[in-house]
Structures are given as structure tokens and as C-alpha cells.
Design a protein around this ligand. Structure first.
Ligand code: SF4
Ligand code: FE
Length: 495
């Protein structure tokens, strides 16, 4: 089956009976909804670039399961080179969309679940790995988008899943039948969930024996009976509902998407179950998924960073200050920060190694260092972009003002004339282009796209403390102490 085109992907979404709610109402035609559509365009780009021969090497791979050509977003990484190509592909997509293109969560789930199910079967004699392989072949052959759903709402963070007053605060099994299980619960802030054909659910934390019913992983169609989604708001999202132009949206074509995904007694047949009570493997699945997704940020956020740096450079030109040494230095600093992030993404990929199942895993320490830097550097990049752009990016009148023909001046000047007169920058630059770049920066620094570039950089793939725990675990301080002792001539063991 040939790989889907962007158009075919969008049409395939129309055939699903996905249940979506927003602003307290059911949205029937969510595919064409102005708030949702930019996020669909973003995922569509993961299909569109496959068709471009320039990107074939990055965007496609040969399936290790079938030998057929697949979209890299459905691929099991077979080498460190595959891991590097993944990061490069994500940077490319960040450059093309300046947004979160969502499809990576599925790719990261595939690779984490593939290796973890192998090890569960090895210990317990279960058949999860075979289940998963069959599912993934179906996904690869149909070129599907799959949401990797991990983050439970978690309720009282001091309590384990089984201790919560409401058991639904973590996804759990409520009934076991001969032919499958029934699950309840929810996953919060799910990237790209509505735009996915299927979901893979995974636990969100390591679990103990008492959490057995919460230690569950499975695949489920997005339009399964009992599954629905409540759309997450983004800053300035209702600008997408305004008529009369789209400059004020900043990035009218692309955007990210998060939603609350609710499972209300959803039946999962046995063939789609990948973990069911083997609680000691919950932590492994979480760690591996998080590791891959922390690597991912060393690609996608860097691509978006490239666009932010470009926009800041353009803003400086339009303001006539591009030759000022401090502007040049700020662009250098932004580039330095951005390339440092990329270096981390590439490094943890190059240091990748095979899992027992055969697919490749990133170096966990370096992936966590990568994501820890991502929790900081985009904020500094955005601060510098705002510094270069100037206050106009948040004080400029609306697009309608720039085109208004309402007369306000003594000599018949319109509101549009006045705006264009006073917001002109360097000679030869159209005021509208200046308007566009200011609104674009506003969008990415503190508008709808700031979800993807700022807050997601902080909390997506795990909040900063989650990486610090992993860095502490992987950092081998003991080994480093031995190095120091050897050179310093200390032979005694520490107390
Ligand atoms: Fe992909 Fe980045 Fe979005 Fe995660 S945050 S889904 S890695 S684009
Ligand atoms: Fe993310």
C-alpha cells in the first residue's frame, strides 16, 4: 500500500467517528474547525514531505518487520544512524511548521512498547510482543498516525494509583473478560490525540503490586465506543475565529493540539493488549518512552528555534537595526543556544545501543540532559527574540485597523492610513510585512504557539525534575569519585 499523501490523511480523518468537545459543545465537523485545522495541517506535513524526493532519505525507512518502505514516523529504529535521522527529520518539520507536528509521540511509543513487550514476554511467557508487532505492521502498512498516550491526570500526587480516592485518576482495568479488558480513566494534555487514527495507552509512573490494575498498556482506535476528547485551550485561540484576515494569528496555517482523552468503559480485545498487570514493567515502559521523547525535543524544538531566530533577524531588518553590534550578538547567542540543543539531540542518538528486542534506544543520560536544556534555552531564545522585536509585537493595533476605511483625520485619513503611517519601519519595507513578523513572534513567544515552544519545552516529555531524577540515576557519581581517588592517590574507601 503506498504511503498516504497529506490530502489522503486529512480525508482519512473525516471517515472516523471521533468524538470531540470544545467550549462545552460537541464539534461535528472538527476537521474543518478553524481552531483545530492548523494542528491537522501540521500532522499533514509529516505526510507531505514524504512525497518530496529531497526528503525521502529522512522521511522514509525500510520496515524491519516487513521490508517495505514506511514513513519514518512508524519505524522501529534499527541503528544509531536511524536515531540521528529521526532527530534531523524532526528539525526539518519544526522548520516547516514552527509548531508541534504531533506525530512523534506515536513513534516514540512504538519503540518503547516494542522493546518492553519483548522483555515482559521473556519473563512472563505472555504474548504482548507478538500482539504489538501485528499492530505495528497494520500501522505501517496503512501509514497511520498514532497518539502515544502516557500522562494520567494523577490527582493527589502524594498518592499511588490505588490510593487515590477516585480510581479513574489513572487509567485502569475495571473488568477482565476471556476476550479482553474494559478500561476507564483519562490521559491529560494529549498531543495530537484528535488528529490520530489510533492511540497507544501506556502507564505514566513506575508501579507496585497494589497498582496491578493500573499497570496496563494497549492500542485503541481513536473513535472507539466510550472514548472522547475535550479540546485544550491555547492562548489567543479565538483569534482563529475572527474573520477579516489572518495576520493577527501570527501563524495561521500551523499549530499544535492538546486534549483531555477520556476512556469511559472502553473494551480492548486481547490482541491489542501490551501490558496487563505485570506492574514491574510499568517503569521500564515509562522510562523508555520518556527517553525517546526527550531525544525528540532535540530535533523539533530546534527546528522551531530556527524559525524564531529567522523571525527575530527579519524584525531587526524591518526596524533598521540589523547592523547594531548588540543585535548581531543576540542572534549569535540565540544560534549558540539552539545548536547546543541540537548537539544534545544528535549526541544521545549517536550513543544509542540495541535493546534486547533489537531496536535501538538512545543514551538515556544524554537524552535527559538534552531535555533538561530544552526546559531552559527556548525561554532565553524567546527573551532575546522579544528584546530584538521591541514592544510593538504586543501593542500593535489589529489587522482590521490596518485595513479600515473609517475616516479619522482632518484631511480624510482613514484608520488604515494612520496605522500604516505610524507603524512604518525602514524605508522599502512594507508595513504589512512588519506587522506579519511582529504577530508571528507574538504567536510563538506568548500566543497559541507558545504552548509548543515554551510551556511544552518545560513540561512536555516530563517536567524538569523528572529529568534530574534520571540524571541522578545515570550520572555514575560513584565511578567519578573513583577517578578522583585514583589520581589523588586516595586508597581508603569512603565511610
Ligand atoms: Fe513531536 Fe516535538 Fe510535538 Fe513532541 S513536542 S510531538 S517531539 S513536535
Ligand atoms: Fe511533546
Amino acid at each position: 500500500m503506498p504511503l498516504m499523501t497529506a490530502k489522503e490523511y486529512i480525508e482519512s480523518l473525516r471517515r472516523l467517528k471521533t468524538r470531540v468537545y470544545m467550549f462545552g459543545e460537541k464539534i461535528d465537523n472538527w476537521v474543518d474547525h478553524p481552531i483545530i485545522r492548523p494542528s491537522i495541517n501540521c500532522v499533514a506535513m509529516t505526510y507531505a514531505l514524504v512525497q518530496d524526493p529531497r526528503y525521502e532519505d529522512l522521511m522514509t525507512a525500510t520496515s524491519s518487520l516487513t521490508g517495505r518502505k514506511v514513513n519514518r514516523f512508524t519505524h522501529l529504529h534499527q541503528s544509531a544512524d536511524d536515531l540521528v535521522k529521526k532527530v534531523k527529520m524532526q528539525r526539518l518539520l519544526g522548520q516547516k511548521t514552527a509548531s508541534c507536528f504531533q506525530r512523534c509521540v506515536g513513534m516514540d511509543a512504538f519503540n518503547a512498547v516494542y522493546s518492553t513487550t519483548f522483555e515482559i514476554d521473556e519473563k512472563h511467557g505472555t504474548h504482548y510482543h507478538e500482539n504489538f508487532k501485528k499492530f505495528l505492521i497494520y500501522v505501517q502498512d496503512h501509514d497511520l498516525t498514532v497518539d502515544g498516550a502516557m500522562t494520567d491526570p494523577k490527582g493527589d500526587r502524594s498518592k499511588a494509583p490505588h490510593q487515590q480516592t477516585d480510581p479513574d485518576l489513572f487509567v485502569h482495568v475495571v473488568e477482565r473478560r476471556p476476550d479482553g479488558i474494559v478500561v476507564c480513566g483519562a490521559k491529560a494534555h494529549q498531543t495530537g490525540s484528535i488528529n490520530s487514527h489510533w492511540h497507544i495507552f501506556m502507564p505514566t509512573i513506575a508501579m507496585g503490586e497494589a497498582d496491578r490494575d493500573w499497570a496496563v498498556s494497549f492500542a485503541c482506535p481513536t473513535d472507539a465506543d466510550g472514548l472522547y476528547m475535550i479540546y485544550g485551550r491555547q492562548s489567543c485561540d479565538t483569534r482563529k475565529l475572527e474573520t477579516g484576515g489572518c495576520i493577527d494569528q501570527g501563524n495561521a496555517k500551523f499549530g499544535g493540539q492538546e486534549a483531555l482523552v477520556v476512556l469511559d468503559h472502553v473494551f480492548i480485545p486481547n490482541e491489542y493488549i501490551f501490558l496487563n498487570g505485570e506492574y514491574e514493567f510499568a517503569g521500564m515502559m515509562v522510562e523508555r518512552f520518556a527517553g525517546y521523547h526527550r531525544q525528540s525535543y532535540g530535533g523539533c524544538k530546534v527546528g522551531v528555534g530556527d524559525v524564531v531566530i529567522g523571525a527575530a533577524a527579519l524584525a531587526s531588518e524591518y526596524n533598521g537595526v540589523e547592523k547594531a553590534s548588540h543585535i548581531r550578538d543576540k542572534l549569535i547567542e540565540m544560534t549558540h543556544l539552539n545548536e547546543t540543543l541540537y548537539s544534545c539531540g544528535i549526541a544521545c542518538s549517536c550513543e544509542g545501543c540495541p535493546t534486547k528486542a533489537g531496536n535501538y534506544q538512545i543514551d538515556l543520560l544524554l537524552a535527559n540532559v538534552c531535555k533538561q536544556n530544552i526546559t531552559r534555552f527556548p525561554y532565553e531564545i524567546v527573551r532575546l527574540a522579544e528584546d530584538i522585536a521591541g514592544g510593538l509585537m504586543v501593542t500593535m493595533p489589529s489587522e482590521q485597523d490596518f485595513t479600515s476605511e473609517t475616516v479619522v483625520g482632518r484631511n480624510g485619513e482613514t484608520i488604515g492610513d494612520i496605522c500604516n503611517k505610524f507603524f512604518a519601519g525602514r524605508e522599502g519595507v512594507s508595513t504589512q510585512d512588519r506587522q506579519k513578523i511582529m504577530r508571528f513572534l507574538e504567536n510563538i513567544c506568548l500566543g497559541a504557539a507558545a504552548v509548543g515552544y515554551r510551556t511544552e519545552s518545560l513540561h512536555g516529555a516530563g517536567s524538569p525534575q523528572a529529568q534530574r531524577i534520571m540524571i541522578a540515576r545515570q550520572g555514575n557519581i560513584q565511578g567519578k569519585k573513583e577517578l578522583a581517588k585514583l589520581i589523588a592517590g586516595i586508597t581508603r574507601d569512603s565511610e
